[in-house]
Structures are given as C-alpha cells and as structure tokens.
Design a protein around this ligand. Structure first.
Ligand code: 2BA
Length: 112
C-alpha cells in the first residue's frame, strides 16, 4: 500500500486537542514547533506518515479539532512613525483551521 506524508500546519491553541485525537485514532506523528511567515507568530507543524487509505480518516480528525480564527493586525503607518495622528484600521486575517500538504512517500526505512 502506498504511503503519504501529511505536513499539517495548525494554530498552537489546537495542538493539545489534535494531538490527543490523533493518538486516540492510532496515528503516529512528529511535532515540530514553527513560525508563520506572515503573522510571525508561533504555530505548530505535525508530520504524519499514513497509509493512502487512511488519509481521509486523518483529515477528518484534523478537520474536527482545528478551528478557523480571526486575527487582527495593526499595520504600522508611516505617518505614525513620523508623528501623524490617525492610526490605520486593523486588518482582519482569517487563520486556519489547518493547512495540509499531502506528499507521496517514495520509501520509508527504519534503521535499527
Ligand atoms: P502565517 O504565514 O503567519 O499566515 C497566517 C494567516 O495570514 C494565513 O492563514 C492567511 O489568512 C494570512 N496570510 C498569509 N499570507 C498572507 C499574505 N501574503 N497576504 C494576506 N494575508 C496573508 P492560513 O492561510 O490559514 O495559514 C496559516 C499558517 O499556515 C501560515 O501562517 C503559515 O505558517 C502556514 N502556511 C499557509 N500557507 C502556506 C504555504 N503555501 N506554504 C507554507 N506554509 C503555509
């Protein structure tokens, strides 16, 4: 059976709940702490190698335990930096639930 690698980027607030749910569903995974390039905030990346036939099951667990959230960014105005009066309106950003990249695994070896 073919194997797939799921690279799953989630929000930190979903990590505990999702980790527990994946373990209960029988999935092995590796957790890597990461930082989003746009918000520059900590997020988390999970690596899961799964049988192709289990991909949808894993996605369902991820979908159930990762939630979309709204964040507001306050852009720094060049006017403010030079003493201007009016701060720019916060920018609304929708983050998550999860960003999942699904890659084929060519070969998996456990070396003992
Ligand atoms: P960040 O890069 O910190 O992005 C957080 C959220 O900001 C994104 O949520 C998106 O709604 C918004 N955003 C990102 N880049 C933007 C831009 N150039 N202009 C306007 N808004 C932008 P998500 O799309 O749910 O992404 C959540 C996190 O998943 C990202 O955190 C990043 O760590 C990762 N990610 C998303 N897309 C990716 C990609 N194509 N490649 C690698 N990592 C990705």
């Amino acid at each position: 059976m073919a194997l797939k690698l799921l690279i799953v980027i989630i929000q930190r607030r979903d990590l505990e709940d999702l980790s527990r749910a994946l373990a209960e569903a029988g999935f092995n995974f590796t957790h890597v702490a990461s930082i989003g390039g746009f918000l520059m905030e900590a997020n988390d990346t999970l690596l899961l190698a799964v049988e192709e036939g289990d991909v949808e099951k894993a996605l369902e667990v991820i979908r159930t335990h990762c939630h979309a959230r709204t964040r507001y960014l306050s852009p720094v105005s060049p006017l403010l930096e030079t003493g201007g009066l009016f701060p720019p309106a916060p920018v609304e950003v929708q983050v998550g639930g999860a960003n999942v990249f699904i890659l084929p695994i060519e070969e998996w070896r456990r070396l003992a």
